[in-house]
Design a protein around this ligand. Structure first.
Ligand code: 6GU
Length: 224
């Protein structure tokens, strides 16, 4: 997987890249690189945003600034970059990121993530340079950076070798093994704590019963 993140705050990703599953993925040959919109802005003084036409609060990321950054990175018209890789604009109103979408993205060879700031993107960026708009939830973040990290986190942990134990990816919340349901509850030692006992079946060593119990718990959690 080859991920390029376009952002005004590349430094935010330094911490993210050091986290173990991310670091593992990078050590295994996957790539996560940041591109700073400011490095290639055609405007003076490092300007990247502007006031909205029609008035209103906040600033809007400019289409010419994003074009310059994409051109510098891919050496072609950004309108054509979309033919070769998925270009995701991170915006609160986009398609909600869920497990099926994560699986879809994890199967791609390359992703480009565009982070907006302030009030967001000039709509022409989303319309002409992106293949899609994605949101991580129905609330507004100050910018797309945290959403990009959430997306990278979920995608990178799907890749072989990112987690210590491949089973964690197969049988986790919302996976097909659990028929799309949430994960079953987990317990570890001590088996009894303040009178709160671990369900007896988990201590039984009876794998078929344990499996059945977990599937039932996952199904029940999915009902609410
Ligand atoms: Cl992708 N961006 C911003 N700015 N806010 C969000 C979001 C994205 N997803 C949820 N809230």
């Amino acid at each position: 997987m080859d991920i390029d993140v376009f952002t005004l705050f590349p430094g935010w990703f330094d911490w993210f890249r050091e986290q173990r599953h991310v670091a593992n993925a990078l050590a295994n040959g996957h790539r996560l690189e940041c591109v700073d919109y400011r490095a290639t802005t055609p405007l003076s003084g490092g300007q990247v945003d502007d006031t909205p036409f029609g008035g209103g609060a906040g600033m809007v990321l400019r289409v010419d600034v994003v074009e310059a950054a994409l051109r510098a990175r891919y050496d072609r018209d950004p309108v054509d970059v979309r033919q070769e890789r998925r270009v995701v604009a991170l915006t609160p109103g986009g398609r909600l990121l869920d497990e099926p979408l994560v699986r879809e993205l994890a199967a791609e060879p390359a992703l480009t993530l565009l982070c907006g700031r302030y009030e967001g993107f000039d709509e022409r960026i989303v319309e002409h340079f992106a293949t899609e708009a994605i949101s991580i939830g129905r609330y507004v973040l100050a910018g797309g950076e945290l959403a990009a990290m959430v997306l990278c986190d979920t995608v990178l942990r799907k890749l072989p070798g990112a987690l210590g134990d491949e089973r964690s990816v197969v049988e986790e919340s919302f996976s097909e093994a659990l028929e799309g349901g949430p994960e079953y509850p987990h317990y570890t030692r001590p088996a009894s704590y303040r009178g709160w006992d671990v369900p007896e079946v988990l201590l039984s060593g009876h794998h078929a019963r344990i499996d059945a119990w977990r599937r039932e718990e996952s199904r029940r959690r999915g009902e609410t």
